[in-house]
Write a protein that binds this ligand. Structure first.
Ligand SMILES: N[C@@H](CC=O)C(=O)O
Length: 312
């Protein structure tokens, strides 16, 4: 039974882990690993989970695979966990995915950023309306990789199904303006993970999606507690220990100029080092090179030490 709207909002006021998709050496999905990762992350205290999300390699999954990875996440989690599933593409495909997720019993749909070359803000609002016409399940639109206006963001918060906005634009001023202009009834979630947790909090963010906390959840949970308590000094210290690994994720990798190219395999490496399942990636992402894997390990063990000093 999906969570009620108020419960979904409550879970958004926390740390949301992305459930990565572990692929075997042939690129096949190992569903049991998603289930086990979800169980272990829940046991560590996390209560919000993003299935078939950006970081789950949403764009490399077929429509059926999106449904199957979401089902694996739900299978691994008790009913008080909040599972948000990624939805995107054409109106018809997105509606089909929403219906399939609803049959599984997801708690909310995370509407992926538009992947069109040309987008009209009013057209995007129409798109959300059309998607809402096939479901009563709450929506959390994911705002990333495009630069919408404050007016658009405010209008978005007025849509009936929208209970939260996942904001992943590196612009805290726009965030503050949008929070002030939008409905008081939605929960703003930081989609840029720990590095932005402190600055975005000051602008009205109430929860954040995990970066390092995808594989070391204790650091995100402590950071969330520090933010909630207004203990800015501790929050900054916790944020700071996440930065080396997060900065590593931002890198281009070898023979490539696009930033963040190693982000997903870096998180998968972190999962493995922390005792969770990582697995391979699918194209167009590439695995870490042996040197990058060594570097990830070095940065991870520094993080591990920092967590020992600060958290335990
Ligand atoms: N926080 C995630 C993205 C959103 O889910 C990340 O760090 O990549």
């Amino acid at each position: 039974m999906p969570l009620a709207v108020d419960e979904v909002k409550d879970r958004l006021r926390g740390v949301a882990a992305g459930l990565l998709t572990p692929f075997d050496e042939n690129g096949e999905i190992e569903h049991w690993k998603i289930e086990e990762n979800a169980q272990s992350l829940y046991d560590s205290g996390l209560r919000s989970f993003l299935a078939a999300a950006n970081i789950s390699e949403y764009h490399s999954l077929t429509q059926n695979e999106r449904v199957e990875v979401t089902e694996a996440a739900l299978d691994g989690l008790p009913s008080d966990a909040c599972v948000l599933a990624g939805v995107g593409g054409s109106t018809a495909s997105a509606q089909e995915l929403i219906r399939a997720y609803d049959r599984l019993g997801v708690d909310a749909h995370m509407i992926m950023p538009p992947d069109h070359t040309y987008v009209h803000e009013q057209g995007l609002l129409d798109y959300f309306d059309d998607l809402a016409s096939v479901t009563e399940t709450p929506f959390v639109p994911y705002i990333r990789a495009f630069e919408p206006s404050v007016d658009f963001l405010a209008d978005l918060t007025q849509l009936e199904n929208v209970v939260g906005v996942k904001y992943a634009i590196k612009d805290p001023v726009k965030l503050g303006a949008a929070v002030a202009a939008g409905s008081d009834d939605v929960v703003w979630v930081n989609g840029l993970a720990e590095p932005y947790a402190v600055s975005f909090w000051g602008e009205g963010i109430e929860g954040f999606s995990a970066g390092v906390s995808n594989f070391r959840p204790e650091v995100g949970l402590e950071l969330f507690d520090a933010l909630t308590a207004g203990d800015w000094e501790r929050a900054r210290k916790l944020r700071n220990i996440c930065l080396p690994y997060q900065n590593f994720r931002d890198r281009t990798g070898q023979r490539n100029t696009l930033e963040g190219a190693i982000s997903v395999p870096a998180v998968k490496k972190g999962l493995e080092l922390a005792g969770y399942h990582g697995g391979n990636v699918r194209e167009p992402i590439r695995s870490l090179s042996p040197q990058e894997a060594d570097e990830a390990e070095e940065i991870y063990y520094q993080l591990d030490d920092d967590i020992d000093h600060l958290v335990h």
